[in-house]
Design a binder for this molecule. Structure first.
Ligand code: ATP
Length: 441
């Protein structure tokens, strides 16, 4: 059974502490669209930075790209999205609720939540109808069919259509990859579970171009690297697993596909897909654009259309995964403390600077330390309330280190650093502080 209480607590914490707010809340909210507050924007930015570092900066064989959201409408004809990016939709004539026919087994009947839609005696489901998930809009002043363009439902196509530009302007040779982070839009029929499935979201996608025949090997390598990355940002390995796509599940473009799934309170669900897309994408764009997209391999004197291995993760979904994975409650001295136990590199605030009391020169010294550290990493200054309460506030925000300026500081120039997880304290010299924290974040 889904642990709805944990999700409720998390949604409420996210709002209270400024991680995530509902979009247009003062107007009653917009369905399945969310805004990131001060802590949330830092958290998600850290996710994207860690991904970019691992995929682009740390490698010599991947280049970055930032393609526009709006693309020529032919792109979506070639990609197969106009014809096939659909979900089967069923309506219940009795309760008017709407479901995805392929996810009925995950849905609850609104009249009897212990049953699936269609199982209750009063359910009256329509036959499935196909519903295209792409958002349409118009380019230019006239709202006519010829002016229809789409908000991209994935970032990948921006990479395929720029494949030659990147190849010709960089010193890359196949095998090489192009990585991109950007917004994508899907008019999901049954969005929900907070920021798990939304209508506007961000993807972190990488397309790796390889010689046909070497695709199986590269697919396995990318599977391994991507799982390692999820471990490296601090996700519990026991809560991650592989889901291989069976023949009935494979997308039209895919030769092989594996999802990385996480065990959410609402069940095991996909957070990233690794796909062997064969030469489908470049082949189709070659056909639809009339431009040659094959590759001349000097080493073997041969031409081929590269195969593509894709790694596709949602920045919002990974952010939700990190929040769920980090959330814990502990009873300390008879009181419950809520902790977001983020890996320090992911934590929105790295350190808090707290004067023990507001006198004896402590605030002045603490402020000096705060301004100095703030140049190196995200810091928070807090001098209000009892020190224990201030620690708790930082635990809830996921801050790994609390630096306390106390009576001893003015004398020997040392501060205490209180660790979020162990709640132990250690004394460090003020001149060592920046290096001490930097090393750990
Ligand atoms: P699902 O089966 O959950 O709809 P999908 O198989 O359509 O997902 P992909 O098209 O493979 O997903 O997208 C790659 C990644 O983009 C997903 O693993 C997920 O992290 C993210 N993603 C896809 N759709 C959404 C969405 N509506 N909201 C948030 N993230 C999404």
């Amino acid at each position: 059974m889904a642990d709805t209480t944990l999700m409720e607590k998390l949604v409420s914490l996210c709002k209270r502490r400024g991680f995530v707010f509902q979009s247009s809340e003062i107007y009653g909210g917009l369905g399945s669209v969310w805004d990131y507050g001060p802590l949330g924007v830092e958290l998600k930015k850290n996710v994207k930075d860690r991904w970019w570092r691992a995929m682009v900066h740390a490698r010599d064989d991947i280049e970055g790209l930032d393609a526009a959201i709006l693309m020529a409408p032919q792109v979506w004809e070639a990609s197969g999205h106009v014809a096939g990016f659909t979900d089967p939709l069923v309506d219940c004539r009795t309760c008017k609720a709407r479901f995805r026919a392929d996810k009925i087994q995950d849905a609850q009947c609104p009249q009897k939540p212990s049953k699936h839609p269609g199982e209750h005696s009063t359910c009256d489901l329509t036959e499935p109808r196909l519903f295209n998930l792409m958002f349409k809009t118009f380019m230019g002043p006239v709202e006519e069919q010829a002016a229809v363009i789409y908000l991209r439902p994935e970032t990948a196509q921006g990479i395929y259509v720029n494949y030659l530009n990147v190849l010709n302007s960089s010193r890359q040779k196949v095998p090489f990859g192009i990585a991109q982070i950007g917004k994508a839009f899907r008019n999901e029929i049954t969005p929900g579970n907070f920021i798990f499935r939304t209508r506007e979201f961000e993807q972190m996608e990488m397309q790796f171009f390889v010689k046909p025949g070497s695709d199986g090997e590269w697919f396995e390598r990318w599977r391994e690297w991507r799982m390692e990355w999820h471990h490296s940002v601090g996700l519990a390995p026991a809560k991650l697993r592989w889901h291989p796509h069976g023949p009935g599940e494979l997308a039209h473009y895919a030769k092989a596909a594996y999802d990385i799934e996480y065990e959410f309170p609402f069940g095991w669900n996909e957070i990233e897909g690794i796909h062997n897309r064969s030469d489908f994408d470049l082949g189709r764009h070659q056909q639809y654009s009339g431009k040659k997209l094959d590759y001349f391999d000097q080493a073997t004197n041969t031409r081929f259309v590269p195969y593509i291995i894709e790694t596709s993760a949602g920045a919002d979904r990974v952010t939700l995964t990190l929040l769920v994975d980090a959330y814990r409650e502990e009873v300390v001295e008879g009181e419950t403390r809520v902790v977001l136990g983020f890996h320090p590199s992911i934590a929105p605030i790295k350190a808090a600077v707290l004067p023990l009391v507001k006198k004896d020169g402590m605030p002045e010294l603490a402020e000096r330390i705060y301004h100095d550290l703030k140049r190196r990493f995200t810091c928070f200054y807090d001098d209000s309330g009892a020190i224990g309460r201030r620690y708790r506030r930082m635990d809830e925000a996921g801050t790994p280190f609390c630096i306390t300026v106390d009576g001893q500081t003015t004398g020997d120039q040392t501060v205490t650093i209180r660790l979020r997880d162990a709640m132990t304290q250690t004394r460090v010299g003020v001149d060592q502080l920046g290096a001490w924290v930097s090393e750990r974040v």
